[in-house]
Design a protein around this ligand. Structure first.
Ligand code: FAQ
Length: 327
């Protein structure tokens, strides 16, 4: 695999080429790059990293909620939760397919995930301790996902942008179902209100971390924004998310667990308390509360599915063979 410095040397040589000029002009005009178009090696590499991480997040993200399918409080809630978890699998599939257009296979991406060399979102390394967590995940985690992903519908790489359009529609439905779970609990008994508040207390800060490190510590943001992959910085999106949550928390009657949350008239935005970045880096380093469990579950699922992959490959081989004989 090419190193970052080799890639940037290759890019700077390419700088003067007609292809590079065409690529730059297309981005300047807010155009879209299709898989067969020329693109700088680092642009391709950045997309493979971000889109691969995004796909892995959708797949690993099935685990915390899947834990509650058998414990959902009613048949209706069970059916809704099953559908939501299936939607996340679908998002993973669209994203793996979109990433494959960049010249990496799904098998290679899966190997990277299983070997621990590709990341997935920090948020999925936290445990789901109560039914209210299904509400908090929908409201906060899917809510953060929407804030981050709506601008990605305008990402310069067309297959990513197209995948995001459908994903965002489904995420928006997911967020509403989470909000509705919390609303029902908040209209319930004291114990149910307490359970909802406890859940928001645990998920609020990790959901803010989903947007990534502060802008000053985000090595990829400036280049990704110059390439029109990211349209807003990590902090801008985090701020937008908090602005969306505050009125919704009021409707729910839930308190956001940040004593420093204040409206800043001058900035026209909410000031927030200090995020525990040490915790974020611990989770990224594989030392979050559930990292080991999530990875083990994924490895086991991959092993359990081996016979299905082998059977499908053998079936495809036989089909191709008989098509060849018939031809
Ligand atoms: N977790 O320079 P930056 C969902 C890494 S939504 C883990 O700022 P960038 C829906 C980053 O990769 C969740 N790693 O990086 C759902 C980079 O790694 P490097 C998934 C993180 O890329 C709901 C390093 O830190 N959404 O799944 C995180 O410009 C419910 C430096 O960071 C997406 O992936 C993190 N939170 O910005 C499913 C959205 N933050 O270079 C199931 C697409 C940063 O060291 C249930 N991705 N890192 O290898 C993005 O928008 C961007 O990649 C960011 C990070 C904003 C996540």
């Amino acid at each position: 695999m090419a190193t970052a410095s080799a890639d940037s040397r290759a890019d700077s040589t390419a700088d003067s080429t007609a292809e590079q000029r065409q690529f730059d002009a297309l981005l300047k005009a807010d155009g879209r790059i299709e898989p067969r178009d020329w693109m700088p090696a680092n642009y391709r590499k950045t997309l493979i990293r971000q889109m691969g991480q995004h796909a892995h997040s959708e797949i690993i993200g099935m685990q915390p909620e899947a834990n509650w399918i058998t414990r959902a409080p009613s048949l209706k809630r069970k059916a809704i939760l099953m559908a939501k978890v299936q939607d996340e699998a679908g998002h993973g599939l669209y994203l793996y397919s979109a990433t494959e257009t960049l010249g990496i296979t799904r098998d290679e991406m899966m190997d990277q995930l299983i070997a621990g060399t590709a990341r997935y979102s920090s948020i999925f390394n936290y445990p789901t301790l109560s039914w209210a967590d299904m509400g908090a995940i929908g409201w906060l985690v899917d809510g953060a996902a929407i804030c981050n992903q709506v601008p990605l519908c305008r990402a310069s790489y067309a297959p990513y942008a197209r995948a995001m359009v459908r994903i965002c529609k489904e995420e928006s439905f997911h967020q509403r179902q989470g909000f509705e779970i919390l609303l029902e609990l908040m209209h319930g008994t004291d114990a149910q209100r307490k359970m909802a508040q406890d859940s928001v207390n645990r998920w609020y800060w990790p959901s803010l971390m989903m947007f990534g490190p502060p802008d000053g510590d985000s090595p990829n943001s400036a280049q990704s924004m110059a390439w029109n992959i990211k349209r807003f910085s990590n902090d801008e999106l985090r701020e937008r998310f908090v602005g969306m949550l505050v009125p919704q928390a009021e409707v729910l009657g839930i308190t956001l667990p940040d004593p420093d949350l204040r409206w800043n008239e001058e900035r026209g935005a909410w000031d927030i308390g200090e995020i525990d970045w040490a915790e974020f880096h611990e989770v990224l380093a594989g030392r979050g509360p559930c990292n080991a469990q999530r990875m083990q579950r994924r490895r086991d699922a991959h092993e359990d599915g081996r016979w299905v992959r082998e059977a499908a490959a053998e079936y495809a081989r036989k089909q191709a063979e008989s098509a060849e004989v018939a031809a």
